[in-house]
Write a protein that binds this ligand. Sequence first.
Ligand SMILES: NC(=O)c1ccc[n+]([C@@H]2O[C@H](COP(=O)([O-])OP(=O)(O)OC[C@H]3O[C@@H](n4cnc5c(N)ncnc54)[C@H](OP(=O)(O)O)[C@@H]3O)[C@@H](O)[C@H]2O)c1
Length: 398
Amino acid sequence: MSKVLIIGAGGVSGVLVHKCAALPEVFSEIMLASRTKSKCDAIAAQLDRPIQTAQVNADHVPELVELIQSFGPELVINVALPYQDLHIMDACLETGVHYLDTANYEPEDTAKFEYQWQWDYHERFKDAGIMALLGSGFDPGVTSVFCTYIQKHHLDEIHTIDIIDVNAGDHGYPFATNFNPEINIREVTSKGRYWAKGEWIETAPLSIKRSFEVPENIGTPNIYLMYHEELESLGKHIPGLQRARFWMSFGDAYLKHLEVLGNVGMTRIDEVEFNGQKIVPLQFLKALLPDPASLGPRTKGKTWIGCQVTGIKKGESKTFTIYNTSDHEACYAEVQSQAISYTTGVPCMIGSKMILEKKWTGKGVFNIEQMDPDPFMDNLNTYGLPWKIINGPVAKLD
Ligand SMILES: NC(=O)c1ccc[n+]([C@@H]2O[C@H](COP(=O)([O-])OP(=O)(O)OC[C@H]3O[C@@H](n4cnc5c(N)ncnc54)[C@H](OP(=O)(O)O)[C@@H]3O)[C@@H](O)[C@H]2O)c1
């Protein structure tokens, strides 16, 4: 029986709140707070049980501290934006409350994300006797747990990890992003990077691609090598790892729009003068694009996200593939959201449940792959993200 404070009321939050509300024996009281209270109230109105809602600007630590102290949660779940991570961690430190998020910190004025800023909080969280669990979404999140599950049950040592994220869904718009457009476009237009033998190899954005015949007849999209945050933490936490890469599928229309928008300066994140006012082009673009939350009722098709992992077992080379497929329409029917938010919101609920049930404990700042994968993997099957494991590779990537 535990109280949780959820911060942020966007796409991921909608799923998370539905899933937490459905488990009153774990999440006994829920408060949902965000910058725009009406969005919290709209989510609350979809539920079968009452929750509290509040307005908060998560960039203001004193406001957060006041809210945390007045509600008294055991855990703060951050599903606002990566820009708020450190502020919310500061507020958790000040109030002695556990913290969980799904995306690592990124400064608003630089398209650069890395764990070091949050890892630097480790000693302070340890001294305060509280836990911060970083990256409890799908990727990062489930993908890292998939790797530790394979490490625990199938291999003596992991040598390579390829994380593949395919969205074969169709929302019918010429161009839209499946989650926050600003965060999505910053991520996709960044340089590619992968981890090999302890070093980062940098590549031009979206310059390396492969064709991937996705299992279960989901399609044969092109997948592109990108940098993704879990590569950094897996490189640190998986002993013996020699290479880790991340691949994501993009359709040709999406890439063509992105190229044109980039060429005309619409994806810039620095301020420009317009009619006597300063605007950030990418933030303006976000205002023009469809709200990711509005894609739910229109999106058809499936997602496939998995890890192809090689290594050794009793001296023999082995490859395993572990994955989940989700159906956009089925997710919408369940929680009024498409599969991208669903596949993030469900593991966010499960990571929170692991902390509240004390299946995952610790003092300090932890990435999800530092925890025992087994109870989390069981919960994925129970709460809507069943997974499969194949003895062998599914993608030709070299
Ligand atoms: N690990 C994964 O697999 C994964 C996948 C997808 C997304 N994510 C992460 O999940 C998080 C949420 O994504 P989303 O798609 O749900 O984004 P979203 O729809 O844009 O929602 C973000 C929410 O945060 C609120 N917010 C922003 N700044 C705030 C502030 N200063 N104070 C209080 N609230 C604030 C927004 O408020 P307004 O409504 O007022 O704008 C909005 O309700 C992001 O960090 C994203 O990177 C992780």
